[in-house]
Write a protein of this length. Structure first.
Length: 230
């Protein structure tokens, strides 16, 4: 299951009043585990960045002035995402900015059902608790040492770890039955077909006899007597 964990940094809070994306970061995950493939770009928003936003992101108007426009990186972003589900923290915010930029380019916008909101998942899992990215990282003991400012790629990498923990963590249940996935989030191993020719038994006749005598000492209810060994 391929999903894209992503984050945006912007000039403000509302894409409908002229705010634009300044940074975009994406992390590819398969079955909740990062593959190492990422997409990252700074974007010239074609407008000034307010001082209060600079204090949060560290991205100044001067720094972004020579960066590519969204027109240039948009098609690359769309190609990287493909048809995968998109995962974001407070997804409606990021979805609004992404769809605004795609619409400006005349590209198809992403429907609501393409997105998973980790903030919503966390609120359902931990009702009444703080569910900011920082708070969830602390809850799951995920290091924030690399994060002194909000950054789209750094936050996406952190969110990928948080998302894994929200989905059950690295000790998620294993189903070894070989019955196939039931869509319940379990990791399922398919049943293997039988060998064309069975392996040659390694026990000698004397070892078989010694084992049989040992099992007899256990009585009639011994588990070994309920199994057929070939």
């Amino acid at each position: 299951m391929r999903e894209i964990v992503f984050d945006t940094e912007t000039t403000g809070l509302d894409p409908n009043t002229g705010d634009r994306i300044t940074e975009l970061g994406c992390v590819e995950i398969i079955d909740f585990i990062p593959t190492g493939k990422t997409f990252h770009a700074y974007v010239n928003p074609q407008r000034s960045v307010p001082k209060e936003v600079v204090e949060i992101t560290g991205l100044t108007t001067e720094f972004l002035a020579d960066k590519p426009l969204f027109d240039e990186i948009g098609p690359q972003f769309v190609e990287f995402v493909g048809d995968s589900t998109m995962v974001a923290h407070n997804a409606p915010f990021d979805r609004g900015f992404i769809n605004m930029e795609l619409a400006r380019l005349g590209l198809d916008i992403y429907p609501d059902d393409r997105f998973k909101d980790t903030a919503r998942i966390a609120r359902a899992k931990f009702p009444g608790s703080y569910v900011s990215l920082d708070a969830l990282c602390k809850r799951f003991d995920i290091s924030l040492d690399t994060r002194d400012k909000h950054g789209a790629l750094i936050d996406s990498l952190l969110l990928a770890e948080v998302y894994l923990e929200l989905m059950g963590g690295r000790t998620r249940a294993l189903d070894l039955s070989g019955q196939g996935s039931g869509g319940d989030g379990k990791v399922v191993f398919p049943a293997r077909s039988p060998r064309a020719e069975p392996l040659t038994a390694r026990q000698t006749e004397s070892e078989r006899a010694a084992h049989a005598a040992f099992v007899d000492e256990m009585g009639e209810n011994a588990l070994w007597k309920k199994l057929t060994i070939q």
